[in-house]
Design a protein around this ligand. Sequence first.
Ligand SMILES: Nc1nc2c(ncn2[C@@H]2O[C@H](COP(=O)(O)OP(=O)(O)OP(=O)(O)O)[C@@H](O)[C@H]2O)c(=O)[nH]1
Length: 518
Amino acid sequence: MNQSNSAEEKLAMLEKRLTQSIQSRKQLEDEYQHDWIHFSNMLTQLSYACGGLDHNLDNSLTKLRGLLQRNSGMEQLKPVMAESEAHIQSLVHRVQLNLKASHEATTETIDWLKKQTSVDKKARLELQKIIDSTQSQHVSIMHYMPLMMSLLNYCQRVGSQIIEQPSLSYAEQQKAVLKLISQLEFTGTTEQQLVLLAKQLKGNLPTEQLLNVLVSLLETIIDGINLERQSAQNFLLEISQTLGTVQGTLSQSVHERSHYDEDNSALNHQLKLNVDELNASVQSAQHLETLKQDVAGHLARLNKTLREKLALETKEKQQHERTTAKLTSKLTHFEQQVHHYKQKLAEQKFKSLQDSLTKLPNRAALEERMSIEEQRFKRTREPLSIAVLDIDLFKRINDNFGHSAGDKTLQVIASMLRKAVNEADFVCRYGGEEFVILFPNTPITDAQARLEKACDRIRNIPFKFRSEDIRITVSVGIAELQQVNQSLTSLFDAADKALYEAKRTGRNKIVLAGAASN
Ligand SMILES: Nc1nc2c(ncn2[C@@H]2O[C@H](COP(=O)(O)OP(=O)(O)OP(=O)(O)O)[C@@H](O)[C@H]2O)c(=O)[nH]1
């Protein structure tokens, strides 16, 4: 009995445990089902969120959603999930590359915007605020989108300030163009137009205006070249017309002369006949009375022929005088034209050797003169000195008082230099704020004395710019030609080295070449 009781109890226990197990499993299955539905919904939402980023990923996610809706098993889901995963990885890689590029572009744009000097203070503060507000450690699309938007808006607002800024590099180009213009040699309206354009180029021009001035400059130069060509062509045409007329007159004169020769020899022949006839009449005369009549008749014919001959000679003489007068007038006109063009060429040559700002000879003229002096030194061995002068801290005049003040200073110093040295000394503007003086037949000590006087006079010029009193000084290097085989170029280099020494040791002084190398 006891045994059967305990067996029943055990069975009941087992039954209870079984029931509990079944309930637990059911509960687990319910939970699993619930989680699966949750997971599947989540996956579906995620797939929608990732939609539109990549075409291949979109296809995989559509497949995945279909399988999830049909409640397909894991076996079917696995390959589609692997495919989606591969597309996601490739997409993530591309997004990272794009983010890197965006980061670099944004940094460059911010740096560029910071450098724009034309941007006012308010806009600068605004830019700093944009940069601060977007400072973040997280590098994501969400970080860059608002930054890009703010930068775009910012550029749109302050863009006009940035665009109107004349670039510093243009200022350099403007200077280079000005220098080139000063080397052009035109006359008349072209020259006047070039002066106007050069004036405009000295100012601070906005880009568009600068381009317009450059276009006008090219047009002016082309017009000037065409005018010069036209004038040369006209000259050649006139020469050829004059020569044509001279040739025509000469050939007409030769032609007329040949007619005259024919007529003259016919008249000579006639005269001879008249004389022969007269002679024959005299020889065969029987009676004085008939002889008288015959002779009178012959003399009348002879007289007629002589008058014709005289008339022919007068006509020929007049013709000859007319031709000579015509030729003389043509040749005088021709001579005048040649004189005019010779003068024009001489003027042009002079201009090409003259500095247009200071009216002193220029560097090309110096080179011509140096070779003449070199030859002279070889022949005569007379002493020859050269000085190179440079205005001290000239850049400050331009920077503080403007380019025109700088130009005026150059003109005043040039004229002072010219006056301070001897008539025979050759003063030229070598370029920029540098001058060169050749002292023919002058030893270095004499040249130094003349330059001391010149420097002193320059030091005492009372310049006044914008009501400020300014004193200007120059530094000088001098050298003297010592040996016959020394070239003037090397002499120039020695003086230039001495000038460098004068600048290096404090400016406003004269240094002699020998002393500089010691
Ligand atoms: N106004 C004007 N300036 C010129 C002309 N040619 C050159 N310059 C200026 O001359 C200045 C020369 O400056 P730098 O070479 O720096 O020499 P600096 O200021 O004289 O200084 P130091 O020579 O060292 O004493 C530059 O600013 C040039 O632009 C010109 O024809 N007119």
